[in-house]
Ligand binder design. Structure first.
Ligand SMILES: [Mg+2]
Length: 285
């Protein structure tokens, strides 16, 4: 079936590097959300952000002027659930050492886990690493010791960085993970995209099946690959980057910017819309 972009019921959005830089909205983000809201579409932000919960992200985005009031779920929201499942832990059982932001600690406790901080001497079942700006040389040393003494190593996400203001690269959890693995070649698990859990939660929030949703994001490795594995079509926002050839991370469609995507959605809602190669039109599925 030839499916146009306007035909989906739900639109899932990456946050960092797609809708904002971490502090400022990208051009066209608010207009796109407004366009989708007017068309009665359901929008859910699906983010590997390990500092903000979905609710906190929504509040900050609203303060920045994002229209449409999209729902949101982040890796901060689901990391505790992931760890509890990994441990087979019932509520109130399972101890996780959290090396991350305050909201990550809180969400783990809400998932029924006992949390201890990085420096607590007693053994934990899992050490969970997320982005935090108090990470130091001593944190690295301590993380390696915890992993080597048998704590299972879980990271919120593997992204090494995300785009920041004025082209800056903002270091992410994956960079901290790389530091640990440079010292000990340990096994680890990652909670966020391209893993399935966040996509499942986003579809639940939207109240739709995978076939009725499309994921919009700037990352082929997390947004496009993860959506594909979850059976969700995808739009890659290229920001003028070339799409690699012969790549198994191929998105369903490509747009250069959020503004171009919004313009095509508006055109399609009027019964028009472009049919340019890999942009303006969703390929057959
Ligand atoms: Mg991104």
């Amino acid at each position: 079936m030839d499916m146009r972009l306007h035909d989906y019921t739900a639109y899932l959005f990456d946050l960092d590097g797609t809708l904002w830089t971490g502090s400022e909205l990208y051009a066209g983000a608010s207009n796109l959300m407004q366009c989708l809201a007017e068309a009665g579409k359901r929008c859910v932000i699906v983010s590997n952000n390990s500092v903000l919960t979905g609710d906190r992200a929504r509040a900050v985005l609203a303060e920045r002027g994002l229209a449409g009031e999209p729902l949101a779920v982040t890796v901060t929201d689901v990391a505790g659930e992931y760890v509890a499942r990994l441990l087979g832990a019932d509520a109130g059982r399972g101890r996780v050492r959290v090396a991350g932001a305050p909201l990550l600690h809180r969400q783990c406790r809400l998932a029924g886990l006992e949390t201890v901080d990085l420096w607590e001497p007693e053994q934990a079942d899992v050490v969970l690493l997320g982005l935090h700006d108090s990470f130091t040389y001593q944190s690295l040393e301590r993380l390696v010791a915890c992993v080597e003494q048998g704590e299972r190593f879980v990271v919120t996400n593997e992204d090494p960085w995300h785009p920041g203001p004025e082209g800056a690269k903002v270091p992410e959890t994956g960079a901290l993970l790389a530091g640990v693995r440079a010292i000990c070649q340990c096994e680890y698990r990652a909670v966020g995209k391209p893993g399935r859990l966040l996509f499942d939660r986003a579809l639940e929030l939207a109240g739709v099946a995978a076939s009725d949703a499309v994921m919009v994001g700037d990352s082929l490795d997390t947004d496009v690959t993860g959506a594909r594995r979850a059976g969700i079509d995808s739009v890659w926002i290229s920001f003028a980057r070339p799409l690699p050839d012969c790549d198994d991370r191929s998105p369903t469609a490509v747009y250069e910017s959020l503004s171009e995507l919004a313009a095509d959605l508006r055109a399609q809602s009027r019964g028009a819309g472009s049919a340019t190669s890999r942009g303006g039109r969703v390929a057959s599925r």
